[in-house]
Design a protein around this ligand. Sequence first.
Ligand code: FAD
Length: 394
Amino acid sequence: MSQVLAPAAPAAPPLVALSDDEILFRDNVRQFADETIRPKVREMDEKGVFDHAIIDQFFQLGLMGIEIPQQYGGAGGSFFESILAVEETSAVDPSAGVIVDVQNTLVNNALLRWANDEQKKHYLPKMAANTVGAYALSEAGSGSDAFALQTRAQLKGNEYVLNGRKLWITNGKEAGLFVLMATVDPSAGYKGITAFLVEKSFPGFSVGKKEDKLGIRASSTCELILEDCRVPKENVLGEVGKGYKIAIETLNEGRIGIGAQMAGLARGAWEYALRYSQERKQFGKTIADFQGIQFQLAQMATEIEAARMMVYNAARMKDAGMNFVKEAAMTKLFASQVAERVSSLAVEILGGVGFTKDYPVEKYYRDAKIGKIYEGTSNMQLQTIAKLLLSANK
Ligand SMILES: Cc1cc2nc3c(=O)[nH]c(=O)nc-3n(C[C@H](O)[C@H](O)[C@H](O)COP(=O)(O)OP(=O)(O)OC[C@H]3O[C@@H](n4cnc5c(N)ncnc54)[C@H](O)[C@@H]3O)c2cc1C
């Protein structure tokens, strides 16, 4: 008797497969990064200032409102496309990558998920058109222990009055809107934390010191000062006392973005090292002719591929509505390790010139370090991964 075979289920596409629209989008961002950002990278790094004209072009290209629906003037794209934009801009300049990342994966994401209709109508068109966003959780005394924050919000009439200081806020210098966490009741612990939509022009709000950093120097990292800062009651994002949930959930998504930043960075460093190795001659041959260099390039490419596939998988899981918390933490942890290893080897492959500012790889190496620190340090990612693994096995 002949065997009856069940009809084959359609094969799931490989992770490297992108749709035609995604390929077009990626190629457009890649070309823009190469032609417009690349020529300015060194100067922006040296000055520690990101060129505002490039940010204007990000808006014109739709890169600052990728997931914002078209009815609000956004591009109506997917989270995966936001991730592609972060990867491609970071391959040229990780400072550019983090501007696009914070805007899309933290600020717009928080608005899309938790803003009410009025807030969406008011803020989403601005975020898509011309307003840079920032995400303000950390303080001097609360980093990894983020919910120990001290910034206080007190309801007085129709306004909340905010007092305190935020530290390390990416896009602080350029931002017009801040998703800012403060507590309405310090005795309630994390249940007092509330998210506010704070505009730069609100009375009592000012931007303080800008940090002088090792890497991503063109990305501004600033202190925020709140001195009797008056925020209309309507500008609470989500519910009072539920800011902790907004913080946790946006950062889960943001971590995939940092994974993309690090995977893009690693690719940028690797591509430069590959080209250099095919030109530089020693012992009468290009250094790429030596097996020692070939093996290093192969190892780097393998790690980049693994990191990128983790980023794509986590992003696809997010777009599919699956639980991606563990995968996001693993992605950020691993991609930041890969970025540091690959950019370090890229410096070595260039030899002496790799150590100078005349070549771009030392910058990738400096920029890589932040991947292990922001949006939760590597230890915090390990803690999340371990907690999920252990609880799943009870
Ligand atoms: C360039 C830059 C940009 C940033 N952008 C933003 C931003 O836009 N918005 C924002 O809100 N924040 C931002 N941050 C803040 C960033 O998220 C914090 O720096 C980070 O979470 C670490 O906090 P911390 O610096 O206080 O370090 P700490 O929490 O003091 O950690 C110091 C060390 O102790 C370790 N550690 C702490 N607790 C534990 C534990 N329980 N177990 C094991 N190890 C532990 C950490 O892993 C780390 O190695 C930014 C920081 C930088 C440097």
